[in-house]
Each structure stands twice: as structure tokens, then as C-alpha cells.
Design a protein around this ligand. Structure first.
Ligand SMILES: *Cc1c(COP(=O)(O)O)cnc(C)c1O
Length: 375
């Protein structure tokens, strides 16, 4: 039986050609010319003036948090249900993630809960767009303005997505992307920070490269890291970016196919196809089990694997991360919707290389597993 992996990227454009150019010219480090070109083209797609390519999407969040000057004791409001990169970027500088429950409809942060979480120590809101629909951007921006807070937009899953026609990655003070192979465009590992603020962009460039002092090299006034992005990564990224709109169209077609073929299955909550501010871009095709289905997402993953289908559980909640519990963080905090999604949500194969034939097999397997659970 051929196993259908949960994600397989599509690399059959100019990737090989541009990579060969790197080899032929000897430009493989972060100093190579493709890096700047990729930064310019990527930031242009998000209506931003500056792009700073970094080693991965987690690094992009770390650079953004540091560049905004968020430090020990500061509070950053973010969803309880998200990837740990968001919380880690904040706790790494000694700041405190303040969590907000999820909206069961969109799986994004419930914006109506944000205001009650604002204190005198709040410095920023981390707006994360999850699984294919943008968060409620305008409501977040209004609150940020009212309380004078910075906004970091984590657009890692949103290449090519828009909110009321404006590109994701264009909102707030600074936005971040990931180019991991399961994102809409990939560079293997990779990430980018985009912003319109020249000073902030310059801070990001410093932080990316060990905070070398401008006047005298090898003198450093601050602790940082090496978050550099190579010419090889940029070569792949440029080839991928050429096909962004094609990829977005393909993802939406895949989403529609799955919805069409799974919508009558009892026990499954499907992703929303369309909301007034956006059409789902299906970063991955996520499914949530209804309460009465006698299984959690880990069991689903196991049962689907037995049918030859790769799948993944949704993210785990920040307040229930063993590392933060060990540190005595988030004691007695509960976020029922976030907890539900973390236990009952999973996603099925949705990589760009997936064929229609494979999708048909996925549908058959999902229906079979749900059917067996009901008996
Ligand atoms: C993938 C992802 C990241 C992290 O990106 P990496 O490149 O894997 O470090 C951050 N935030 C969100 C929402 C993501 O989906």
C-alpha cells in the first residue's frame, strides 16, 4: 500500500535552475544576491517596504519580538491555541504570554476576550492567523490603537491570503512568515520579517546577524543570535514565489474538493469555506471531531495511518505545555475552546504535490474510520 504523506511540497518550477546558479557562481551564503531579491519580492507581495529574511518562521517571531524592544516583565496577548513558536519568542526575552481562548468558528483568537486581558504591563498583541482564515484584523488593530500596543502579525500560514482584499502580512507594526515545506511557499527552512518602519527594519537586520556594531566590526552591544538566511534558500524561495497565485488557487481547489466530499459525514466539523472578510486559503485541511465521536485526534491519526493516510493533530495549547507547567506558568488557567481544538482537531494530506487520485483515497479512508468509530 502506498502511504499518502501529510505534506509533499511542489518543487518543479525554476528551483533547480536557480540553485545551479548558486553553485555555478559560488554564492551560497547569506551574502548572495538572491537574498535581497527574495526580500524585495516577498515584501512587495505583502505591501511592505522592508523584508528581512531569516533562518525560519520561529526565528522571525524572535527577531520581531526583540526588535520591538519587548523585554522582561512585559505582557504580550496571544491565542492559547497556536504553535509554541509564538509563546517561546515571548518567554525567551523574559516577557509573559497572556492567553486568549479560541473562536470555535474560525479557530482563531476570540477577539472579544482581548480587551479584558489588557493591563498596564501589556506591550503587544500577537495576532496569529491559523489554518487558513485570517484573524479579525480590524478589531485587533482598533484595540491596539486604543491601548497604544504594538501588533505582531504571525502570517506564517497566510502567503497570498487577504483580509477584506488587503494582504496578510501587511497589518500591524511587523509581520512574520515561515517557509517551512508545509507552508504555501517553501525554502526548506526559512522565514521573513516584513515591516514599513525603516528603523525597525534596521533593528531586525542587526538582530539577524549577532548585533554587530555598525562602526567597529566584532564589537557587540547586545546579545543576539545568528538568524541568517542563505542564497540557496532564497534561490528556492524565488522560484516558489513565481508560482504563489497558482499555489493559492490549487490549495483552494483542494479545500473545495475535500469539503464537497466530506460535508455529509456526521461527526466532522469542516473548515469554513468563506467568511465576509476572506476565502479560506487552507494552509492545511483541518477537521474537528464532534463531541459525540468517541475518539480524540491522536486516535484518528493512528487509525488513518492504518489506512495508509498521513495526518497530524492540531497544535497543543500554550497553558498546557509541559515546559510552562514545570515553570509554574498559567496555573489554573483554562481555555475550553482551545483545549477542545487541541484534542479533537487534526488535518489530512494537503500538500501542493497531492493528486486528485490521492485525495479520493483520503476521503474514502476518512469516511471509513469515522464510520467504524460510530459502530
Ligand atoms: C509554521 C509556523 C511557525 C513557525 O515556523 P517555522 O519555520 O517552522 O519555525 C510560526 N507560526 C505559525 C502560525 C506557523 O504555522
Amino acid at each position: 500500500m502506498d502511504f499518502i504523506p501529510v505534506n509533499e511540497p511542489l518543487l518543479n518550477g525554476n528551483e533547480k535552475k536557480y540553485l545551479c546558479e548558486c553553485i555555478d557562481t559560488g554564492w551560497i551564503s547569506s551574502e548572495g544576491p538572491f537574498v535581497k531579491e527574495f526580500e524585495e519580492k516577498m515584501s512587495a507581495t505583502t505591501d511592505r517596504k522592508y523584508g528581512i529574511a531569516v533562518s525560519n518562521g520561529t526565528a522571525a517571531l524572535e527577531v520581531a519580538v526583540q526588535a520591538l524592544g519587548i523585554k522582561e516583565g512585559d505582557e504580550v496577548i496571544m491565542p492559547a491555541f497556536t504553535i509554541i513558536s509564538c509563546a517561546m519568542a515571548v518567554t525567551k526575552v523574559g516577557a509573559i504570554p497572556v492567553l486568549v481562548d479560541s473562536d470555535m468558528h474560525t479557530w482563531n483568537m476570540d477577539v472579544d476576550e482581548i480587551e479584558s486581558k489588557v493591563t498596564s504591563r501589556t506591550k503587544a498583541i500577537m495576532m496569529v492567523h491559523l489554518y487558513g482564515l485570517p484573524a479579525e484584523v480590524d478589531k485587533i488593530l482598533v484595540l491596539a490603537k486604543k491601548y497604544n500596543l504594538k501588533v505582531i502579525e504571525d502570517a506564517a500560514e497566510m502567503h497570498g491570503q487577504t483580509y477584506y482584499g488587503r494582504p496578510c502580512g501587511s497589518f500591524g507594526d511587523i509581520s512574520t512568515f515561515s517557509f517551512y515545506p508545509n507552508k504555501h511557499i517553501t525554502t526548506g527552512e526559512g522565514g521573513m520579517v516584513v515591516t514599513n518602519d525603516e528603523e525597525l527594519a534596521e533593528r531586525c537586520r542587526m538582530i539577524r546577524n549577532l548585533c554587530f556594531r555598525k562602526d567597529v566590526r566584532y564589537l557587540h552591544d547586545e546579545i543576539s543570535d545568528n538568524y541568517r538566511f542563505t542564497n540557496l534558500q532564497a534561490a528556492v524561495g524565488l522560484a516558489q514565489l513565481e508560482r504563489l497565485s497558482e499555489f493559492v488557487t490549487k490549495k483552494r481547489e483542494m479545500g473545495r474538493y475535500y469539503t464537497e466530499h466530506l460535508k455529509d459525514v456526521k461527526g466532522l466539523i469542516l473548515p469554513i469555506q468563506k467568511i465576509d472578510y476572506a476565502d479560506n486559503i487552507y494552509w492545511v485541511y483541518g477537521l474537528v471531531l464532534e463531541k459525540d465521536v468517541p475518539a480524540d485526534n491522536r486516535l484518528m491519526q493512528k487509525l488513518l495511518a492504518e489506512e495508509g493516510i498521513g495526518s497530524r493533530t492540531f497544535f497543543w495549547c500554550m497553558h498546557q505545555q509541559p515546559v510552562y507547567q514545570k515553570q509554574g506558568k498559567f496555573v489554573n488557567e483554562t481555555y475550553p475552546n482551545a483545549e477542545y481544538l487541541a484534542r479533537k482537531g487534526f488535518y489530512i494530506p494537503s500538500g501542493l504535490a497531492l493528486t486528485r487520485e490521492q485525495m479520493g483515497k483520503v476521503v474514502i479512508a476518512v469516511r471509513k474510520v469515522i464510520d467504524c468509530l460510530g459502530k
